[in-house]
Design a protein around this ligand. Structure first.
Ligand code: AQP
Length: 324
């Protein structure tokens, strides 16, 4: 039997090259080797207000982008988190074994709560729901970008605590990070992670950006005042562009860029990104030409995973002494 992998993306904002290089690209590569479940985590998205009409559109767009980026719905299950009630149900069961202090320590919670006057309980509980997303499918590997490492550690801690309190119930999930591209930084500020939620037209390369926009964004990317690339003294902006180029095209090496003038280097990086993203954009157009195709894919994914989720819910409730 193949080991199972699970991962997800929030249907918010525009999917960017960080999401692709940190997550989607690896999913597409790993799906041949593993039984794969990829979720559109809409319950995570609503931890902050989402316009309901836009959210529905984003769910479908995200599913289409999964497929355009290489996820094969005949090989992998593409699932909307809220369409499988077990995610929320397991999250409650896990909430009851999770010490509050573990949640307050999460760096993402701290960063988000600092930015807001009142903070919703959902933002605090987010990592427990994420643990439920993983544990409900007994996934043994979770391919994510580096920003999710702490949440993954917490998922393991929760699983371990549950198993020691109620007996072996959950498979212990391992984090899988890409070797290159685990943390793509913002083009406008290469000290900050590229994020869907960060506003600004120069921050991220969206997967659906056209070639002209990509060239402009790379040309404007923050670097430094040096004229050419010195591999012994890389500023965060140049290091980030090198990482993006290398992750998009494995035949590109930083050594090949040594001594290149910044203008020429940026043109080369833009070409590499365009060559990587153009087929995704084209495939996205083909997929979305049939308005019902995505609904069929999502229904097929849901049907496939429902029994898996149900089995874990029963096992967990039974372990806790609840009425099954
Ligand atoms: N910059 C990144 N570099 C590498 N991987 C990344 N991921 C996200 N950003 C990067 C990975 O993409 C998957 C989906 O994550 P997400 O839906 O949380 O995307 P986001 O861009 O982080 O979205 P938000 O809404 O802007 O979230 P916050 O505010 O948390 O940053 C994950 O596997 C993630 O690791």
């Amino acid at each position: 039997m193949k080991a199972r992998i699970l991962s997800g993306v929030q249907p918010t904002g525009q999917l960017h090259i960080g999401n692709y290089l940190g997550a989607l690209k690896n999913w597409a590569e790993m799906q041949r080797e593993y039984e794969s479940i990829f979720c559109i985590v809409d319950l995570h998205a609503i931890t902050v207000y989402q316009n309901p009409e836009e959210l529905r559109g984003k769910i479908l767009e995200t599913a289409a982008l999964f497929i355009a980026a290489g996820i094969d719905p005949e090989q992998s299950s593409i699932v909307v988190q809220s369409s499988v009630p077990g995610h929320a149900e397991l999250a409650w069961l896990l909430t009851c074994v999770t010490p509050l202090g573990w949640l307050y320590r999460m760096t993402q919670f701290k960063a988000r709560s600092e930015k807001q006057e009142t903070i919703g309980d959902g933002i605090l509980q987010y990592p427990v729901l994420m643990a439920a997303d993983i544990l409900i499918y007994q996934a043994s590997i979770v391919p994510v970008g580096e920003d999710q490492s702490q949440h993954l550690e917490l998922a393991r801690d929760i699983a371990q605590r549950f198993n020691s309190m109620y007996g072996e119930t959950f498979v212990m999930p391992a984090t899988h990070l890409p070797t290159v591209g685990a943390r793509i930084m913002g083009l406008d500020d290469p000290t900050q992670k590229m994020s869907k939620s960060t506003v600004g037209s120069g921050h991220a390369i969206a997967l659906l950006d056209d070639p002209g926009i990509i060239q402009k964004k790379i040309a404007r990317a923050t670097t430094d005042s040096k004229p050419a690339i010195d591999l012994n003294d890389l500023s965060p902006g140049i290091a980030n562009l090198l990482t993006i180029a290398q992750a998009c095209d494995s035949s590109f090496t930083p050594q090949a860029a040594a001594g290149m003038r910044y203008g020429d280097f940026k043109k080369r990086v833009a070409e590499i990104i365009i060559a990587r993203l153009e087929p995704i954009r084209q495939r996205y157009r083909e997929i979305t030409a049939d308005p019902l195709y995505i609904d069929r894919v999502l229904e097929q994914g849901r049907e496939h995973v429902l029994p898996l989720a149900e089995a874990t819910i029963c096992k967990t409730k039974r372990a806790m002494g609840l009425y099954v």
